[in-house]
Design a protein around this ligand. Structure first.
Ligand code: FAD
Length: 450
């Protein structure tokens, strides 16, 4: 682009930034991307990927326990250091892949923090260089917020949880969202005594009530101590141990505290307000359906916009931005229907409306719900339940929501998401032939509303 050093400057090489940079370069744009940490961003380095590896490691505990009923004699021992070392090797491999793919596409990677100086200029902090760009894409993601109670600095966030020298003997997890649940499940299965403190009466605010209930019950049964409707008032370091004082006055002695109460958009000190970019009350960049900010040359995708903080969404937004701005075709992302999974154990898969939301927006809905013991659990005698729930609009017969709790819920919900994106009705589910014997077949065999 005439008069500019680059057509596009991307700040942040995470899920959204990498995709946008690669696709824009593919459309012929000259692209520079600045990354202050590691290429790959939250998902690859300290989010989805290492988290899923830890979840997979933790679930061997259940498999090994069930193995005896299938005739196996198992003498197993778990080693945290081996897991963390192998996880780090895999993350380094993936980081390398992301870097190579960017370079292959012709993108210049700058290893530095970068800030916006004005509507067309980015400053690279390590060198002080000012780069003039036709367009600037903010893809800086979010960061884990720490609570404000005295002693909160002794707690770790999810970032540090991936690098502990050893698995804690006793850990207190603060939070009731998906990250808190996932880590509580991981540590409990890898041998830690886990207490989870959450200020509300149920876990996973915003999810369907039956899902929340099923997961809360399962967590209690799996030996995780739930301290609901409580908060942490203070945290004291006593030698190598920590003592947490809760809002009811009780004290818990632990070795580690994981603060997982929320994340905020990464916009502090980025120069956005000064450049005239509108931010919302939470600090997120306000964007339209084409990821345009209030300044015509500045765009934003991913967690920094606070739309739906998920990797596939950031990737879609980055791709749509690049196609629209550099590929000559206008592409919008549909945020209305986002299938998503929580890798708690039991796993959750959900797409579409919760029952409560469906009741607000539709005059008459039918609920189809079943709860059963999956075949494997029944065989091994384990007290494990699976939940499946369909929410259907009575007038149009359209499936409005699918909610699954149990093994492989994340895999199942991806396909339910395809059906719902195509506008599936309950009759479409009904005329689909079941796959037997599976748990998923229950999705197409529920006939009577509850
Ligand atoms: P990010 O991936 O966060 O990338 C932003 C990048 O910008 C970072 O690399 C950062 O270092 C860099 N940066 C920031 N400021 C600057 C600056 N000024 N200059 C240069 N570089 C800068 N999502 C899922 O879909 N599934 C999951 O299972 C899942 N699990 C998660 C588990 C955890 C523990 C966490 C924390 C998140 C998880 N997420 C998951 C969410 C997912 O990681 C994010 O939605 C996704 O990474 C957002 O992508 P992004 O491009 O917006 O930002």
């Amino acid at each position: 682009m005439a008069g500019y050093d680059v057509d596009l400057f991307v700040i942040g090489a995470g899920s959204g930034g990498v995709r946008a940079a690669r696709i824009a370069a593919g459309h012929g744009a000259s692209v520079m991307v600045a990354e202050e940490d590691r290429v790959g961003g939250t998902c690859v380095i300290r989010g989805c990927v290492p988290k899923k590896i830890l979840v997979m490691a933790s679930r061997y505990a259940d498999d090994l326990e069930a193995a005896a009923s299938f005739g196996w004699t198992v003498g197993a021992r778990f080693d945290w250091q081996t897991l963390i070392r192998n996880k780090d090797t895999e993350i380094a491999r993936l980081e390398g892949l992301y870097r190579t793919n960017l370079e292959k596409a012709g993108v210049t990677i700058v290893a530095s923090r970068a800030v916006v100086e004005d509507a067309q200029t980015v400053r690279i902090l390590t060198t002080g260089a000012r780069i003039r760009a036709g367009r600037i894409l903010i893809a800086t993601g979010g960061y884990a917020v720490r609570d404000g109670f005295p002693g909160a600095e002794h707690a770790i966030t999810s970032n540090e949880a991936f690098h502990l020298a050893q698995a804690p003997k006793r850990i207190l997890v603060i939070g009731g969202g998906y990250i808190a649940l996932e880590f509580a499940g991981i540590f409990a299965r890898l041998g830690s005594e886990v207490t989870l403190v959450h200020r509300r009466d149920k876990l996973l605010r915003g999810f369907d009530e039956d899902v929340r209930l099923a997961v809360t019950e399962s967590y209690e049964k799996s030996g995780i101590r739930l301290a609901l409707e409580k908060t942490v008032k203070r945290l004291d370091k006593v030698g190598a141990r920590l003592v947490a004082t809760l809002s009811d006055g009780s004290e818990i002695e632990i070795d580690q505290v994981l603060n997982a109460t929320g994340r905020k958009p990464n916009t502090d000190g980025l120069g956005l307000r000064e450049a005239g970019v509108a931010l919302d009350d939470n600090g997120a960049v306000v964007v339209d359906a084409f990821s345009r900010s209030s300044v015509p040359s500045i765009f934003a995708v991913g967690d920094v916009t606070g739309r739906a903080n998920l990797t596939p969404v950031a990737i879609r937004e980055g791709h749509a931005f690049a196609d629209t701005e550099f590929g000559g075709k206008e592409v919008k992302v549909n945020h209305a229907l986002i299938p998503t999974a929580v890798f708690s154990t039991p796993e959750i898969g959900t797409v579409g409306l919760t029952e409560a939301d469906a009741r607000k927006t539709h005059a008459h809905i039918d609920i189809y719900m079943t709860s059963f013991r999956p075949m494997r659990a029944a065989f091994s005698g384990r007290d494990q339940k699976m939940l499946m729930k369909l929410i259907v609009d009575k007038a149009s017969d359209k499936v409005l929501g699918v909610h699954i709790v149990g093994p492989e819920a994340g895999e199942m919900i991806q396909l339910a998401g395809v059906a719902m994106t195509m506008g599936a009705t309950k009759s479409d589910f009904d005329r689909t032939i079941a796959v037997h014997p599976t748990a998923a077949e229950e999705l197409v065999t529920m006939r009577t509303p509850v």
